[in-house]
Ligand binder design. Sequence first.
Ligand code: NAD
Ligand code: TDX
Length: 332
Amino acid sequence: MNRIIVTGGAGFIGSNFVHHLVAHTDAHVTVLDKLTYASTEASLAGLPEERVQLVVGDITDASLVDRLVAGADAVVHYAAESHNDNSLEDPAPFVQTNLVGTFTLLEAVRKHDVRFHHVSTDEVYGDLDLDDPKRFTEDTPYQPSSPYSASKAGSDHLVRAWVRSFGVRATISNCSNNYGPWQHVEKFIPRQITEVLDGRRPRVYGDGLNVRDWIHTEDHSSAVLAILERGRTGETYLIGADGEKSNLEVVRAILRTFGRPEDDIEWVTDRAGHDRRYAIESGKLRSELGWEPRFQDFDEGLAETIDWYRAHEDWWRPLKAETEAKYAAKGH
Ligand code: NAD
Ligand code: TDX
Protein backbone atom coordinates (compact mmCIF):
# COMPACT_ATOMS: atom_id res chain seq x y z
CA MET A 1 0.00 0.00 0.00
CA ASN A 2 2.29 2.71 -1.22
CA ARG A 3 -0.21 5.21 -2.68
CA ILE A 4 -2.82 6.22 -0.13
CA ILE A 5 -5.65 8.73 -0.51
CA VAL A 6 -6.72 10.38 2.74
CA THR A 7 -10.08 12.13 2.37
CA GLY A 8 -10.60 14.98 4.85
CA GLY A 9 -6.83 15.03 5.41
CA ALA A 10 -6.83 18.78 6.11
CA GLY A 11 -9.27 18.38 9.03
CA PHE A 12 -8.53 17.73 12.69
CA ILE A 13 -8.14 13.94 12.78
CA GLY A 14 -7.32 13.43 9.10
CA SER A 15 -4.31 15.76 9.22
CA ASN A 16 -3.02 13.98 12.31
CA PHE A 17 -3.28 10.71 10.38
CA VAL A 18 -1.32 12.16 7.43
CA HIS A 19 1.51 13.14 9.81
CA HIS A 20 1.32 9.65 11.32
CA LEU A 21 1.56 7.99 7.88
CA VAL A 22 4.57 10.08 6.90
CA ALA A 23 6.33 9.30 10.18
CA HIS A 24 5.56 5.56 10.33
CA THR A 25 5.34 4.32 6.70
CA ASP A 26 6.90 4.95 3.27
CA ALA A 27 3.53 5.78 1.74
CA HIS A 28 2.86 8.58 -0.74
CA VAL A 29 -0.25 10.41 0.38
CA THR A 30 -2.85 12.28 -1.64
CA VAL A 31 -5.10 14.39 0.57
CA LEU A 32 -8.53 14.95 -1.00
CA ASP A 33 -10.19 17.77 0.90
CA LYS A 34 -12.79 20.42 0.05
CA LEU A 35 -11.23 22.82 2.57
CA THR A 36 -14.48 23.64 4.36
CA TYR A 37 -14.59 25.98 7.38
CA ALA A 38 -13.38 23.00 9.49
CA SER A 39 -10.12 22.46 7.64
CA THR A 40 -6.73 24.07 7.98
CA GLU A 41 -3.98 23.78 5.40
CA ALA A 42 -1.67 24.91 8.21
CA SER A 43 -2.12 21.50 9.83
CA LEU A 44 -0.28 19.97 6.84
CA ALA A 45 2.58 22.48 6.88
CA GLY A 46 6.10 21.08 7.05
CA LEU A 47 5.28 17.73 5.43
CA PRO A 48 7.62 16.67 2.61
CA GLU A 49 6.21 17.75 -0.78
CA GLU A 50 7.48 14.59 -2.46
CA ARG A 51 5.40 12.48 -0.04
CA VAL A 52 2.18 14.51 0.40
CA GLN A 53 0.01 16.16 -2.24
CA LEU A 54 -3.14 18.17 -1.52
CA VAL A 55 -5.98 17.97 -4.04
CA VAL A 56 -8.69 20.50 -3.25
CA GLY A 57 -11.97 18.89 -4.24
CA ASP A 58 -15.25 17.39 -3.14
CA ILE A 59 -15.73 13.69 -2.38
CA THR A 60 -19.12 13.91 -4.13
CA ASP A 61 -17.36 14.82 -7.41
CA ALA A 62 -17.52 11.39 -9.10
CA SER A 63 -15.15 12.08 -11.99
CA LEU A 64 -12.45 13.58 -9.73
CA VAL A 65 -12.82 10.72 -7.24
CA ASP A 66 -12.67 8.11 -10.02
CA ARG A 67 -9.50 9.63 -11.49
CA LEU A 68 -7.72 9.75 -8.12
CA VAL A 69 -8.83 6.30 -6.96
CA ALA A 70 -7.68 4.73 -10.26
CA GLY A 71 -4.08 5.49 -9.25
CA ALA A 72 -4.29 4.49 -5.56
CA ASP A 73 -3.66 1.36 -3.48
CA ALA A 74 -5.91 2.42 -0.59
CA VAL A 75 -8.38 5.09 0.49
CA VAL A 76 -8.72 6.11 4.14
CA HIS A 77 -11.96 8.04 4.43
CA TYR A 78 -12.14 10.80 7.08
CA ALA A 79 -13.96 13.56 5.15
CA ALA A 80 -17.25 14.46 6.79
CA GLU A 81 -19.37 17.18 8.21
CA SER A 82 -18.54 16.43 11.83
CA HIS A 83 -20.32 18.75 14.27
CA ASN A 84 -23.57 17.68 15.93
CA ASP A 85 -24.72 21.25 16.71
CA ASN A 86 -24.34 22.23 13.04
CA SER A 87 -26.35 19.19 11.97
CA LEU A 88 -29.25 20.38 14.13
CA GLU A 89 -29.18 23.79 12.36
CA ASP A 90 -28.80 22.51 8.79
CA PRO A 91 -28.67 18.77 8.11
CA ALA A 92 -28.36 19.10 4.30
CA PRO A 93 -24.53 19.12 4.00
CA PHE A 94 -24.37 16.14 6.39
CA VAL A 95 -26.54 14.05 4.07
CA GLN A 96 -24.61 15.24 1.03
CA THR A 97 -21.04 14.74 2.27
CA ASN A 98 -21.46 11.87 4.72
CA LEU A 99 -23.86 9.76 2.66
CA VAL A 100 -23.49 10.80 -1.00
CA GLY A 101 -19.74 11.36 -0.54
CA THR A 102 -19.21 7.90 0.96
CA PHE A 103 -21.34 6.37 -1.82
CA THR A 104 -19.21 8.15 -4.45
CA LEU A 105 -15.98 6.79 -2.93
CA LEU A 106 -17.42 3.28 -2.64
CA GLU A 107 -18.34 3.23 -6.33
CA ALA A 108 -14.78 4.22 -7.25
CA VAL A 109 -13.05 1.66 -5.00
CA ARG A 110 -15.44 -1.00 -6.27
CA LYS A 111 -14.60 -0.19 -9.91
CA HIS A 112 -10.83 -0.08 -9.35
CA ASP A 113 -10.65 -2.80 -6.64
CA VAL A 114 -8.93 -0.50 -4.13
CA ARG A 115 -8.66 -1.18 -0.37
CA PHE A 116 -10.99 1.11 1.63
CA HIS A 117 -11.01 2.11 5.30
CA HIS A 118 -14.04 3.98 6.58
CA VAL A 119 -13.58 6.18 9.66
CA SER A 120 -16.73 6.40 11.73
CA THR A 121 -17.95 7.25 15.20
CA ASP A 122 -19.34 5.58 18.32
CA GLU A 123 -22.34 7.91 18.03
CA VAL A 124 -23.95 5.48 15.57
CA TYR A 125 -24.88 3.35 18.62
CA GLY A 126 -26.93 6.11 20.30
CA ASP A 127 -26.30 6.59 24.00
CA LEU A 128 -26.04 4.70 27.30
CA ASP A 129 -27.48 5.56 30.72
CA LEU A 130 -24.99 6.97 33.23
CA ASP A 131 -25.40 3.96 35.54
CA ASP A 132 -25.39 1.31 32.78
CA PRO A 133 -22.43 -1.07 33.28
CA LYS A 134 -22.44 -1.80 29.51
CA ARG A 135 -20.13 -0.26 26.95
CA PHE A 136 -20.53 -0.24 23.14
CA THR A 137 -19.16 -3.29 21.30
CA GLU A 138 -19.03 -4.22 17.61
CA ASP A 139 -22.38 -6.01 18.15
CA THR A 140 -24.31 -3.09 19.70
CA PRO A 141 -27.40 -2.24 17.56
CA TYR A 142 -27.40 1.07 15.68
CA GLN A 143 -29.59 3.81 17.21
CA PRO A 144 -28.27 7.23 16.11
CA SER A 145 -29.80 10.37 17.65
CA SER A 146 -28.75 13.40 15.58
CA PRO A 147 -28.69 14.15 11.85
CA TYR A 148 -24.86 13.89 12.11
CA SER A 149 -24.84 10.46 13.75
CA ALA A 150 -27.66 9.21 11.49
CA SER A 151 -25.66 10.23 8.41
CA LYS A 152 -22.55 8.45 9.77
CA ALA A 153 -24.69 5.36 10.59
CA GLY A 154 -26.03 5.38 7.02
CA SER A 155 -22.49 5.63 5.63
CA ASP A 156 -21.44 2.59 7.72
CA HIS A 157 -24.39 0.63 6.28
CA LEU A 158 -23.37 1.61 2.74
CA VAL A 159 -19.84 0.28 3.36
CA ARG A 160 -21.14 -3.05 4.71
CA ALA A 161 -23.50 -3.43 1.72
CA TRP A 162 -20.63 -2.77 -0.73
CA VAL A 163 -18.53 -5.39 1.09
CA ARG A 164 -21.24 -8.03 1.05
CA SER A 165 -22.79 -7.39 -2.38
CA PHE A 166 -19.75 -6.31 -4.40
CA GLY A 167 -16.81 -7.78 -2.50
CA VAL A 168 -15.25 -4.38 -1.79
CA ARG A 169 -12.16 -4.80 0.44
CA ALA A 170 -13.22 -2.49 3.27
CA THR A 171 -12.86 -2.15 7.03
CA ILE A 172 -14.75 0.19 9.38
CA SER A 173 -13.68 1.78 12.66
CA ASN A 174 -15.96 3.53 15.16
CA CYS A 175 -14.02 5.77 17.49
CA SER A 176 -14.93 7.72 20.62
CA ASN A 177 -14.42 11.48 21.17
CA ASN A 178 -11.03 12.77 20.05
CA TYR A 179 -9.01 15.61 21.55
CA GLY A 180 -5.63 17.09 20.66
CA PRO A 181 -4.06 19.81 18.51
CA TRP A 182 -5.79 21.36 15.46
CA GLN A 183 -9.34 20.66 16.67
CA HIS A 184 -11.75 23.40 15.62
CA VAL A 185 -12.82 25.77 18.41
CA GLU A 186 -16.48 24.81 17.85
CA LYS A 187 -15.78 21.47 19.62
CA PHE A 188 -16.09 21.10 23.40
CA ILE A 189 -12.48 20.95 24.66
CA PRO A 190 -10.94 23.62 22.38
CA ARG A 191 -13.97 25.85 22.91
CA GLN A 192 -13.54 25.76 26.69
CA ILE A 193 -9.75 26.21 26.58
CA THR A 194 -10.06 29.24 24.30
CA GLU A 195 -12.94 30.69 26.35
CA VAL A 196 -10.75 30.56 29.45
CA LEU A 197 -7.79 32.01 27.51
CA ASP A 198 -10.14 34.86 26.53
CA GLY A 199 -10.99 35.49 30.18
CA ARG A 200 -14.52 34.10 29.82
CA ARG A 201 -16.24 31.23 31.58
CA PRO A 202 -16.47 27.75 30.04
CA ARG A 203 -19.95 27.03 28.60
CA VAL A 204 -21.52 23.78 29.70
CA TYR A 205 -24.73 22.35 28.21
CA GLY A 206 -27.54 21.03 30.42
CA ASP A 207 -26.41 19.60 33.77
CA GLY A 208 -22.84 18.83 32.62
CA LEU A 209 -23.18 15.18 33.59
CA ASN A 210 -23.08 13.87 30.01
CA VAL A 211 -20.15 11.49 29.61
CA ARG A 212 -17.77 11.24 26.66
CA ASP A 213 -15.02 8.60 26.27
CA TRP A 214 -11.94 10.67 25.38
CA ILE A 215 -9.05 9.47 23.21
CA HIS A 216 -6.04 11.44 22.00
CA THR A 217 -6.14 11.87 18.22
CA GLU A 218 -2.62 10.39 17.96
CA ASP A 219 -3.96 7.13 19.43
CA HIS A 220 -6.86 7.19 16.96
CA SER A 221 -4.29 7.47 14.13
CA SER A 222 -2.18 4.54 15.34
CA ALA A 223 -5.34 2.41 15.60
CA VAL A 224 -6.48 3.28 12.06
CA LEU A 225 -3.03 2.45 10.66
CA ALA A 226 -3.07 -0.92 12.49
CA ILE A 227 -6.48 -1.70 10.96
CA LEU A 228 -5.39 -0.57 7.50
CA GLU A 229 -2.30 -2.77 7.63
CA ARG A 230 -3.51 -5.81 9.57
CA GLY A 231 -7.32 -5.61 9.93
CA ARG A 232 -9.48 -8.31 8.36
CA THR A 233 -11.54 -6.97 5.46
CA GLY A 234 -15.26 -6.82 6.10
CA GLU A 235 -14.62 -6.33 9.83
CA THR A 236 -15.52 -3.46 12.16
CA TYR A 237 -13.21 -2.38 15.00
CA LEU A 238 -14.17 -0.09 17.87
CA ILE A 239 -11.45 2.36 18.95
CA GLY A 240 -11.35 3.73 22.50
CA ALA A 241 -8.86 4.38 25.30
CA ASP A 242 -10.98 3.92 28.48
CA GLY A 243 -11.28 7.69 28.88
CA GLU A 244 -14.81 8.18 30.24
CA LYS A 245 -15.28 11.63 31.84
CA SER A 246 -18.31 13.84 32.43
CA ASN A 247 -18.24 17.22 30.71
CA LEU A 248 -18.15 18.80 34.16
CA GLU A 249 -15.02 16.81 35.11
CA VAL A 250 -13.29 17.96 31.91
CA VAL A 251 -14.20 21.61 32.43
CA ARG A 252 -13.07 21.49 36.06
CA ALA A 253 -9.73 20.01 34.96
CA ILE A 254 -9.31 22.88 32.47
CA LEU A 255 -10.20 25.49 35.13
CA ARG A 256 -7.74 23.89 37.59
CA THR A 257 -4.93 24.10 35.04
CA PHE A 258 -5.55 27.84 34.70
CA GLY A 259 -5.78 28.35 38.46
CA ARG A 260 -9.42 29.41 38.21
CA PRO A 261 -12.21 28.34 40.66
CA GLU A 262 -13.73 25.02 39.64
CA ASP A 263 -17.29 26.39 39.72
CA ASP A 264 -16.52 29.34 37.41
CA ILE A 265 -18.89 27.93 34.77
CA GLU A 266 -21.52 29.42 32.46
CA TRP A 267 -24.46 27.01 32.29
CA VAL A 268 -26.07 27.30 28.85
CA THR A 269 -29.03 25.86 26.91
CA ASP A 270 -28.81 22.10 26.42
CA ARG A 271 -28.36 20.49 22.99
CA ALA A 272 -31.57 19.05 21.50
CA GLY A 273 -31.54 15.24 21.73
CA HIS A 274 -28.25 15.41 23.68
CA ASP A 275 -26.74 11.90 24.01
CA ARG A 276 -26.12 11.07 27.68
CA ARG A 277 -23.11 8.77 27.63
CA TYR A 278 -20.74 7.08 25.19
CA ALA A 279 -18.38 4.29 26.27
CA ILE A 280 -16.23 2.01 24.10
CA GLU A 281 -15.13 -1.57 24.70
CA SER A 282 -12.07 -1.86 22.43
CA GLY A 283 -11.01 -5.44 23.31
CA LYS A 284 -11.27 -6.72 19.72
CA LEU A 285 -8.82 -4.12 18.39
CA ARG A 286 -6.41 -4.73 21.28
CA SER A 287 -6.43 -8.54 21.21
CA GLU A 288 -6.56 -9.03 17.43
CA LEU A 289 -4.17 -6.30 16.33
CA GLY A 290 -2.13 -5.73 19.49
CA TRP A 291 -3.02 -2.02 19.60
CA GLU A 292 -2.57 -0.01 22.82
CA PRO A 293 -3.10 3.73 23.36
CA ARG A 294 -0.01 5.82 24.13
CA PHE A 295 -1.95 8.47 26.11
CA GLN A 296 -3.20 6.49 29.12
CA ASP A 297 -3.46 9.55 31.36
CA PHE A 298 -6.16 12.00 30.26
CA ASP A 299 -4.88 14.85 32.48
CA GLU A 300 -1.47 14.64 30.82
CA GLY A 301 -2.96 14.66 27.29
CA LEU A 302 -5.24 17.54 28.27
CA ALA A 303 -2.32 19.56 29.69
CA GLU A 304 -0.38 19.08 26.42
CA THR A 305 -3.45 20.15 24.46
CA ILE A 306 -3.91 23.28 26.60
CA ASP A 307 -0.24 24.16 25.99
CA TRP A 308 -0.76 23.71 22.27
CA TYR A 309 -3.72 26.14 22.20
CA ARG A 310 -1.75 28.64 24.28
CA ALA A 311 1.06 28.48 21.72
CA HIS A 312 -1.14 28.58 18.59
CA GLU A 313 -3.41 31.56 19.11
CA ASP A 314 -2.52 32.76 15.60
CA TRP A 315 -4.28 29.64 14.28
CA TRP A 316 -7.46 29.61 16.36
CA ARG A 317 -8.02 33.36 16.82
CA PRO A 318 -9.46 33.93 13.29
CA LEU A 319 -12.03 31.12 13.87
CA LYS A 320 -13.15 32.18 17.33
CA ALA A 321 -15.43 35.22 16.89
CA GLU A 322 -17.58 33.65 14.16
CA THR A 323 -17.92 30.41 16.14
CA GLU A 324 -19.02 32.24 19.30
CA ALA A 325 -21.48 34.42 17.33
CA LYS A 326 -23.13 31.25 16.01
CA TYR A 327 -23.35 29.77 19.51
CA ALA A 328 -24.70 33.00 20.99
CA ALA A 329 -27.54 33.03 18.45
CA LYS A 330 -28.62 29.59 19.72
CA GLY A 331 -28.30 30.37 23.43
CA HIS A 332 -25.26 28.07 23.73
P1 NAD B 1 -13.29 17.90 10.85
O1 NAD B 1 -14.62 18.57 10.70
O2 NAD B 1 -12.24 18.54 11.68
O3 NAD B 1 -12.64 17.63 9.42
C1 NAD B 1 -13.40 17.17 8.33
C2 NAD B 1 -12.58 17.41 7.06
O4 NAD B 1 -13.36 16.93 5.94
C3 NAD B 1 -12.29 18.90 6.78
O5 NAD B 1 -10.95 19.06 6.40
C4 NAD B 1 -13.22 19.24 5.63
O6 NAD B 1 -12.72 20.26 4.77
C5 NAD B 1 -13.33 17.90 4.90
N1 NAD B 1 -14.57 17.80 4.12
C6 NAD B 1 -15.83 18.06 4.55
N2 NAD B 1 -16.70 17.86 3.53
C7 NAD B 1 -15.98 17.46 2.46
C8 NAD B 1 -16.32 17.09 1.12
N3 NAD B 1 -17.58 17.11 0.70
N4 NAD B 1 -15.30 16.72 0.28
C9 NAD B 1 -14.01 16.71 0.71
N5 NAD B 1 -13.64 17.06 1.96
C10 NAD B 1 -14.61 17.43 2.82
O7 NAD B 1 -13.64 16.44 11.39
P2 NAD B 1 -12.83 15.49 12.38
O8 NAD B 1 -13.26 15.77 13.76
O9 NAD B 1 -11.40 15.52 12.00
O10 NAD B 1 -13.45 14.06 11.97
C11 NAD B 1 -12.89 13.30 10.90
C12 NAD B 1 -13.65 12.00 10.78
O11 NAD B 1 -13.56 11.27 11.98
C13 NAD B 1 -15.13 12.17 10.48
O12 NAD B 1 -15.52 11.17 9.55
C14 NAD B 1 -15.81 11.95 11.83
O13 NAD B 1 -17.10 11.44 11.67
C15 NAD B 1 -14.87 10.92 12.43
N6 NAD B 1 -14.83 10.91 13.91
C16 NAD B 1 -14.58 12.05 14.59
C17 NAD B 1 -14.51 12.02 15.98
C18 NAD B 1 -14.21 13.28 16.80
O14 NAD B 1 -14.18 13.21 18.02
N7 NAD B 1 -13.97 14.42 16.18
C19 NAD B 1 -14.69 10.80 16.65
C20 NAD B 1 -14.96 9.65 15.91
C21 NAD B 1 -15.01 9.71 14.54
O1 TDX C 1 -19.78 24.40 24.40
C1 TDX C 1 -20.08 23.22 24.56
N1 TDX C 1 -20.53 22.82 25.80
C2 TDX C 1 -20.88 21.53 26.07
O2 TDX C 1 -21.28 21.21 27.20
C3 TDX C 1 -19.95 22.22 23.51
C4 TDX C 1 -19.46 22.62 22.14
C5 TDX C 1 -20.29 20.92 23.82
N2 TDX C 1 -20.74 20.58 25.04
C6 TDX C 1 -21.02 19.16 25.34
C7 TDX C 1 -21.82 18.39 24.34
C8 TDX C 1 -21.27 16.98 24.47
O3 TDX C 1 -21.85 16.33 25.58
O4 TDX C 1 -19.72 18.52 25.34
C9 TDX C 1 -19.79 17.20 24.78
C10 TDX C 1 -18.87 17.11 23.57
O5 TDX C 1 -19.43 17.92 22.55
P1 TDX C 1 -18.77 18.00 21.08
O6 TDX C 1 -17.36 18.44 21.17
O7 TDX C 1 -19.70 18.77 20.21
O8 TDX C 1 -18.71 16.45 20.67
P2 TDX C 1 -19.81 15.31 20.45
O9 TDX C 1 -21.14 15.90 20.15
O10 TDX C 1 -19.69 14.36 21.59
O11 TDX C 1 -19.25 14.64 19.08
C11 TDX C 1 -17.83 14.45 18.90
O12 TDX C 1 -17.46 13.10 19.15
C12 TDX C 1 -17.91 12.14 18.24
C13 TDX C 1 -17.40 14.84 17.49
O13 TDX C 1 -17.77 16.20 17.25
C14 TDX C 1 -18.00 13.92 16.46
O14 TDX C 1 -17.52 14.25 15.16
C15 TDX C 1 -17.61 12.50 16.80
O15 TDX C 1 -18.26 11.61 15.92
